[in-house]
Design a protein around this ligand. Structure first.
Ligand code: FAD
Length: 417
């Protein structure tokens, strides 16, 4: 960390809140605070949001929050696919895992939209507020400490090194958060038995619409309808990719076709191993999310398993709770560590319960399937979902609405001078 008394004077900006990371958590928080007149800067190390195979799901709880901001209808004008049910095939037996159409909610579907479209949309909307600054290609490299605790960040930018001084720094810099490391926070790892290989297969007009999940001994394949392509996730045992790569790509293609015969004609869309993107699954969380002047939210505070595709939504719910709890004190420039503790108190519980459910699914469904050498019956949890349809609303609710959905409680206000 950098002490305040450095001999070299760097160009310095002053804001009330410096948000590091322009992902879902950072941009929603930036939008909400700027809307309430808090002077903020969002730092994003990349020059754009065009990263493939990021989370692309927008869940009903997020749509509801965007609706509360008057943004949902406009967002849903952008190209997206709607998923109303998640079904799968276990050793040829079809099981419905979640049925969103039965939910008591305004939006009864998951919208699949490229994450860059969502982020560009949020940034564009936030730029309408005078107290919003977006600093692209600007990477936070160090924390600035002073008498009050964390007092800002040092960053590299297109104009060279800069300092951004702030009453509060919010680390929204994702699952490999540098700020969290610089603050000395070490996440507790909860473990995951699997990694996921993401790839795309062309989708023909007339192919099935619904997402396709297939489980058979030792293998799990998920294919999501993304219009012209199927976005596929092939679940492998943790750390198995290196070994897989040593084998033949044709064997890998054959394994996919064996699970999804409909892909046979398009399987050479996987032209090389480079067409597979490895997601190293991590489930972890911090014991403490804050220290004076610094708060971690989203993946920086709790990396989620991909099960249920709820990472984005949890990150957004964290951002809404942060804005609800901190806006007044940020406007009054009197933010304290106990204000930050309130955010952790509100959001840690949903993160813990969600991770507990994900780890239970990992251990009781995913790991047994990956470890199986011959065909087995669907795991008992899935069999119960089939015999008692009402039970399907539970996973649907868990995925779509989450444990503690947040509602926007802040208002649009003029900037504080
Ligand atoms: C391959 C993959 C697939 C996934 N699929 C899904 C899914 O289908 N549904 C779902 O809900 N979730 C999914 N997730 C998880 C989801 O993407 C995350 O949970 C969510 O994006 C977390 O949001 P965040 O804002 O906390 O962090 P991130 O989205 O990780 O955003 C962090 C941002 O900070 C920037 N950054 C990092 N360090 C710095 C720095 N030092 N200075 C400035 N900027 C910095 C990064 O460039 C990034 O833009 C997936 C994740 C991966 C990796």
């Amino acid at each position: 960390m950098t002490e305040t008394s450095r001999p070299v004077e760097l160009p310095t900006r002053h804001v009330t809140c410096c948000i590091v990371g322009g992902g879902p958590a950072g941009l929603v928080l930036g939008y909400l605070l700027a809307r309430s007149g808090v002077d903020i800067a969002v730092l994003e190390k990349h020059g754009d949001f065009l990263r493939d195979f990021r989370g692309d799901t927008i869940h009903p709880s997020t749509l509801k929050a965007l609706d509360e901001l008057g943004l949902a209808d406009e967002l849903l004008q952008l190209p997206h696919e709607k998923t109303r049910q998640v079904a799968g095939s276990v050793n040829g037996e079809t099981v419905v895992m979640a049925d969103f159409s039965r939910l008591n909610a305004k939006y009864k579907f998951i919208a699949f939209m490229p994450q860059w479209d969502l982020l560009n949309f949020l940034m564009r909307k936030a730029q309408a507020f005078p107290s919003f600054q977006m600093l692209m290609k600007t990477e936070a490299t160090d924390l600035i400490t002073g008498a009050k605790g964390i007092e800002g960040v040092r960053a590299t930018s297109p104009d060279g090194e800069i300092e951004i001084r702030a009453d509060l720094v919010v680390a929204c810099d994702g699952r490999h958060s540098r700020l969290r490391d610089l603050a000395g926070f070490v996440p507790r790892t909860l473990g995951a038995p699997m990694d996921v290989l993401w790839f795309k297969i062309g989708r023909d007009e007339g192919d099935d619409d619904e997402p396709l999940g297939r489980m058979s001994a030792g293998r799990i394949l998920v294919a999501i309808n993304r219009g012209t392509v199927w976005q596929c996730g092939y679940v492998i045992a943790k750390g198995a990719f290196e070994e897989l790569r040593k084998g033949s790509l044709d064997d890998f293609r054959a394994a996919i076709v064996d699970m999804a015969p409909g892909f046979a004609g398009r399987i050479h869309d996987i032209a090389s191993w480079d067409d597979l993107k490895l997601l190293t699954v991590a489930v972890d969380r911090l014991a403490l999310w804050h220290r004076p002047g610094l708060l971690c939210i989203g993946d920086a505070a709790h990396a989620m398993s991909p099960i249920g595709g709820i990472g984005i939504n949890l990150a957004i719910q964290d951002a809404i709770a942060t804005a609800n709890l901190l806006t007044d004190n940020l406007r009054g420039r009197r933010i304290t560590d106990s204000d930050l503790a309130q955010v952790q108190r509100r959001r840690e519980w949903p993160a813990r319960i969600t991770q507990w459910v994900q780890v239970t699914i990992q251990n009781h469904i995913i790991a047994p399937v990956l470890g199986a050498r011959s065909a087995t019956r669907p795991p008992w949890i899935l069999r119960h979902l089939q015999s008692i349809p009402l039970l399907r609303t539970l996973p649907a609710r868990f995925v779509a609405i989450g444990v503690r959905p947040e509602h926007v409680a802040t208002k649009q206000m003029p900037p504080v001078h």
